[in-house]
Design a protein around this ligand. Structure first.
Ligand code: 13P
Length: 294
């Protein structure tokens, strides 16, 4: 009998703190279905790399809900004999209720994204989530400034201030912080222009790992520099989506008669694993190499 209780999910504290000491970044890969999750876990196990599986609110609805996700992630850990630390993390939870729901279902980590609110309201909501999460040994990431999509720019909040970061950090007890630094979700329309100076100032002022959202399409050189400047968790979704879709589109074009969904969906496996491998290689760039890239 499968005892899913034995399949531990861990919060991100230990993995991110180790990454902070070693100047590297832990990958946060968003999952959108069972197959992706399997491919990501298999590749990370092969590389012996801890991983954060990110689930957005909309992806959780698409996959059936938080309990379904906890069930299949734990099932995969058991059935695939996964030994690396795996953190199951709610990505961009917008309310206390949604974070609580994920925690109660068994998620080991949550992000409360109150970045659209004024600072005092952001602090209030974030603190409420931290108080609940920490009672359950669940880690909390918060956002400050506003990391949006290409189309919905908020210029006044595109870059977080050190003062706001300090206030949020000191008044809430969060475990990781995602400051807006000119990064955006989705592919960038032009070369991203990250504010490295601010990144450096923030990371030398607050003593928790920093998170870089919108990790797709940022040139390797900038990723390495960001790690050198204090980023320890990098979120990737769009590049996985794009690679998977391109592979499937090609498979269908070349196999017009095929109707077995396992073959069609499974034809994206190599593409997902390739992105995972490439990202992990860059995120693990050593400190020495980072210096060369400055
Ligand atoms: P991308 O889709 O741009 O990779 O961003 C992912 C992300 O930041 C999820 O929180």
């Amino acid at each position: 009998m499968i005892k899913l209780g034995d399949c531990m999910l861990v919060n991100f504290k230990q993995m991110l703190n180790a990454a902070r000491k070693e100047k590297r970044a832990i990958p946060h890969f968003n999952i959108n279905n069972l197959e992706w999750t399997k491919y990501i876990l298999e590749e990370c196990e092969k590389l012996q790399e801890p991983v954060i599986l990110g689930v957005s609110e909309s992806a959780s609805k698409y996959m059936g809900g938080f309990h379904t996700i906890v069930g299949f992630v734990k099932g995969l850990i058991k059935d695939l004999n996964i030994t690396i630390p795996v953190c199951l993390h709610l990505d961009h939870g917008k309310t206390f209720e949604i974070c609580k729901k994920a925690i109660d279902a068994g998620f080991s980590s949550v992000m409360i994204d109150a970045s659209k609110l004024e600072l005092t309201e952001n602090i209030k909501l974030t603190k409420k989530v931290v108080d609940y999460a920490h009672k359950h040994n669940v880690t909390v990431e918060a956002e400050i400034g506003y990391i949006g999509e290409q189309k919905e720019k908020m210029p006044d909040r595109a870059i977080a201030t050190v003062e706001d970061c300090l206030n949020l950090y000191e008044q809430t007890g969060i475990d990781a912080l995602a400051p807006a630094l000119g990064n955006l979700h989705g592919f960038y329309e032009r070369e991203p222009n990250l504010n490295f100076e601010r990144m450096k100032e923030i990371s030398s002022s607050i003593f928790i790992p920093l998170v870089l959202h919108g990790g797709s399409g940022i040139p390797d050189k900038q990723i390495k520099k960001a790690i050198q400047y204090g980023i320890n968790k990098i979120n990737v979704n769009t590049e996985l989506q794009s690679a998977w879709t391109q592979a499937i589109r090609k498979y269908i074009e070349n196999n017009q008669e095929e109707y077995d969904p396992r073959k069609i969906i499974g034809s994206g496996e190599k593409a997902i694993k390739k992105v995972v491998l490439e990202k992990i290689k860059i995120f693990n760039t050593s400190q020495e190499e980072n210096h060369e890239n400055n």
